[in-house]
Each structure stands twice: as C-alpha cells, then as structure tokens.
Write a protein that binds this ligand. Structure first.
Ligand code: 6GU
Length: 227
C-alpha cells in the first residue's frame, strides 16, 4: 500500500511511522508512506497557504489553490482509491473502516489545520472524511498518524502472527478479554486458574465470557450493534 499525506506540519508525522509495526511494514515493502509539505505549494514569495474567511470570523482557512495543486500533481502520478480528509466534523473512525482501507492500493490523506480547508476542496477532491473522536486536535496530523497505524497493521503480512490482528478488540465487535503473563502469583494476586489448565476449549469459552462481560460493563452500546 502506498500512503501519501499532505500536511502543513510534516515534522509532526516523522516519528510515528518510524516505530514498531509501521516501521516493520515499511521495511518489508508492504507500506510506503510519503509526506508532502503543503507549504511547498504555497502562493507567491511568502508561500501563502491560508487566508481569513469570507463572511468574517476568527481563524484562518487553508486556501484552495495550494491544496488543489498538490492533489492534482499526485493524482497525475497514480490513481488513488480514496482521498481522505482528516477533520473533527466527520464520521468517527472504527475498525470496520480500518479493515476496508487496509485492502486499498493507494490512499491520499489531507490533514487540516486552523479553521479547516476551503469547503470547495472537500466538494471537489475528497472521497472520504474521517474524525478520530469527539474532541478537537490542533491539526489533523496526529489523527492521520492514528489512522495510518490502525490501517497499516491490518495489511496482510504486516503482523507476523496473523491471529493477533484478528483477535484484537473490536474485530468481533467486543472488547478484548483480560490477559496475563508471568508470574502467576504477584504478591497474592493470582492469575485466573482456568488459564493455567491447558484446557484450550475451556479457555476460549472463558475469554468469550470475559470479553462479553467487559463489553457489557464498559461499552454496552457495542452489544446493541452486534445483536
Ligand atoms: Cl481528524 N482532526 C482534528 N483537528 N481534530 C480531531 C480529529 C481530526 N478527530 C478528532 N479530533
């Protein structure tokens, strides 16, 4: 998968993609992530990328020309399956969206800043808008990093133990059950007996039960969706 990200703060995006699973995906050639600095497409000597909004009001808006020029240049080089705009005023990212995106060939992600981007960018170029939750971040970069992490780990071959991604929280619509490792007794706090028995069908049952219990307590709304 190739992922292009257009950003006004490209340095914010360097570190998250050079660790752990995303780093491994890049090294294996399963993911290529290219960051584009919107400033390079800015207008005039000052490389202007934002301006005050028509109709008045506080906050700067990212202008249409720099973004259009950048997107068009990239689109001339390849066909994008999705052109995604990261914005709080969109549907929230979920596992199902991450699963779908993980099977795409080329994805272009636009991250906003300030008051957002000129609406015509959204009308003309964007095929999908994604928020990562009901709170406001300074810019879309951290949100884009979250999206890319969630998607890249699902690309077939990225996680060695294929089981691992499939048994994540949310893959079956439930939260994960509790997990334990050594020691089996920490200052009198013992690991549930069942996990030490080696009775794997029983252990599977126990995990399902705990996943259901945890979901019922913390996210009962998820149970309404799956049933
Ligand atoms: Cl995608 N962008 C910004 N700026 N804030 C957010 C967000 C995105 N998702 C949640 N909050």
């Amino acid at each position: 998968m190739r992922i292009d990200i257009i950003s006004v703060a490209p340095n914010l995006l360097e570190s998250p993609f050079n660790h752990s699973i995303v780093k491994r995906a890049k090294e294996k050639g399963l993911a290529e992530i290219i960051i584009h600095d919107l400033r390079e497409y800015g207008l005039g000597n000052y490389k202007q990328i934002d301006d005050t909004q028509f109709g008045g009001g506080a906050g700067m808006v990212l202008m249409i020309e720099p973004i259009a020029n950048c997107i068009r240049k990239l689109q001339a080089e390849r066909v994008y399956d999705e052109v995604i705009y990261m914005t709080p005023d969109a549907k929230t990212l979920n596992q199902s969206t991450a699963n779908t995106l993980s099977l795409k060939e080329n994805i272009l992600i636009l991250t906003g800043h300030y008051k957002g981007v000129d609406q015509r960018i959204r009308d003309l170029f964007i095929t999908k808008e994604i928020s990562i939750g009901e709170y406001v971040l300074t810019g879309g970069e951290l949100a884009a990093a979250v999206l890319v992490d969630a998607v890249v780990r699902l690309i077939p071959g990225v996680i060695g133990d294929e089981q691992s991604a499939l048994t994540d929280s949310f893959q079956d619509g439930l939260l994960s059950p509790p997990v334990y490792t050594r020691p089996s007794n920490f200052e009198g706090n013992k690991v549930p007996e069942i996990l030490l028995t080696g009775n794997f069908p029983k252990i599977d049952d126990w995990r399902s039960e705990k996943a259901y219990e945890r979901t019922k307590n913390i996210r009962p709304d998820l149970l309404d969706k799956t049933s």
